[in-house]
Design a protein around this ligand. Structure first.
Ligand SMILES: Cc1ncc(C[n+]2csc(CCOP(=O)(O)OP(=O)(O)O)c2C)c(N)n1
Ligand code: SF4
Ligand SMILES: [Mg+2]
Length: 432
């Protein structure tokens, strides 16, 4: 490689967010994926989140290659399985921000079931869907979003299926943040991703994008620039629009905007709520009590605010966000820490001194009736193995808590445990 190219790569303003050693990328000229990745990298910087706590997961396809070009922890998973893998990562370490970046075929075709259930659970994920109306990587087959009448390698006489409108699908499934843009709307894409990175729950961002090599060429729609012109001419901005009105006809109008933004307990919130009812104040997720996690979350939010402030200050001085140096951000963080040292430190001791937040858990526990009683009410042998207390006690991540919970419920669980083997021994007898 010539020294000029090496110098160019090292000096690129995107060098800390994208893997310059992997450039040039595989995407065709005029493909929309490149500009989306640029918007994504920009959004990560602007959001102020710690890039070390960010994970990008992709499935298979041209868009699936995104995971290989970002300079963050990432996983290039199998076709359609990006969401379950991302869900696993989030559950294993809820401190991470997990982003799924994949194609519409991967997400809504083979991975459609995972997509709707993640939205239904309000799983804490950000899903960025590059919708180019085609299976790009495998030769331009029809996908679940290909508009009626459009030609694909598998529908040479025009598509006669009814396509999904992804915002409508996501809305019906329960997503709490839904936006749609085209790859021409780079700034809006950046802004939406930035917003999604800073919120809890399931966020879905669809980006309509040109695939000049397969979709545009086969449908005689010109090149990438022609399609951007089409987006410019045919996009209708309708924030808060009813998602039933977001269907896309072949080369027709494209409704864009932020359609849904609502607050609803996320999957992880729901897990917390359920476990507090069962275990009470002692409940810990991955070794941390709720006050400890809240203190850490608060400290992290302060760091994010400081990073954002540094970015805004640098921008005001004429620097681009992409080129804001790491040392500027570090300085801002140090200043913020000096201003509020007590708030930013999240020691277990400090967390224990926060009874006000822990109290509601006790109340909730009392209202919900102690777990012991729930077991006592279970009348039949059939339902015994499903006793919720037993499950939580055995799955509790901290041994101490598990032992404590088991102690509380030991007599009841023991009775149920005795019942269970009798049930399983029956089939053996009949076999004999
Ligand atoms: C289980 C499985 N089925 C099929 C494939 C073949 N395959 C690879 S990529 C792809 C289509 C990807 O389309 P999309 O998700 O829209 O991404 P794009 O290439 O358009 O960005 C298919 C069908 C595969 N890799 N694995
Ligand atoms: S085949 Fe289409 S989607 Fe894939 S890189 Fe080329 S233009 Fe982009
Ligand atoms: Mg596609």
């Amino acid at each position: 490689m010539s020294t000029d190219i090496i110098k160019f790569k090292a000096g690129s303003p995107m060098a800390d967010t994208l893997r310059m050693d992997r450039m040039p990328h595989i995407w065709c000229p005029g493909c929309g994926i490149g500009s989306e990745v640029n918007s994504f990298a920009d959004a990560v910087k602007r959001s102020g989140i710690d890039p070390k706590k960010l994970v990008v997961v992709s499935g298979i396809g041209c868009t699936g290659r995104v995971a290989g070009y970002v300079n963050f922890d990432s996983m290039h998973t199998t076709h359609g399985r990006a969401i379950p893998v991302a869900t696993g990562i989030k559950l294993a370490n809820p401190e991470l921000t997990v982003v799924v970046f994949s194609g519409e075929g991967d997400l809504a075709g083979i991975g459609g079931n995972h997509l709707i259930h993640a939205a239904r659970r309000n799983m804490d994920l950000i899903v960025i869907c590059n919708n180019n109306f085609t299976y790009g990587m495998t030769g331009g087959q029809v996908t679940p979003t290909t508009p009626g009448g459009a030609t694909a390698s598998t529908t040479p006489y025009g598509n006669y299926e009814y396509p999904f409108s992804l915002p409508f699908l996501m809305d019906a499934a329960g997503a709490t943040y839904i936006a749609r843009w085209t790859s021409m709307h780079s700034r809006n894409v950046t802004q939406s991703i930035e917003e999604a990175l800073l919120r809890k729950g399931f966020s879905f961002i669809e980006i309509i994008s040109p695939c000049p090599t397969l979709y545009l060429r086969r449908n005689r729609l010109g090149d990438g620039v022609d399609q951007l012109q089409n987006y410019q001419d045919n996009s209708i901005l309708k924030h808060g629009c009813d998602t039933r009105e977001t269907a896309i006809d072949f080369q027709g109008k494209i409704v864009i905007g932020k359609f849904v933004e609502k607050n609803k307990p996320s999957y992880l919130d729901a897990v917390d709520k359920c476990c507090i009812k069962l275990v009470g104040d002692d409940y810990q997720l991955y070794g941390k009590t709720i006050p400890e996690r809240e203190a850490e979350e608060k400290a992290e939010k302060e760091k994010i605010a400081a990073r954002r402030a540094a970015m805004a200050a640098a921008e005001a001085q004429g620097e681009t966000v992409a080129s804001v140096s790491v040392s500027t951000v570090k300085k801002a963080l140090a200043n913020a820490a000096k201003k509020a040292p007590a708030k930013a430190v999240a020691t277990p001791k400090a967390a224990k001194k926060a009874p006000a937040k822990a109290k509601p858990a006790k109340k909730a526990e009392a209202k919900a009736k102690p777990a012991k009683k729930v077991v006592a009410k279970v009348p039949t042998k059939k339902t015994a193995p499903k006793a919720p207390v037993k499950k939580v006690a055995t799955k509790a991540p901290v041994k101490k808590i598990a032992a404590k919970a088991a102690k509380k419920t030991a007599p009841k669980v023991a009775v149920k445990a005795k019942v269970a083997p009798k049930k399983t021994s029956k089939p053996n007898k009949t076999r004999k």
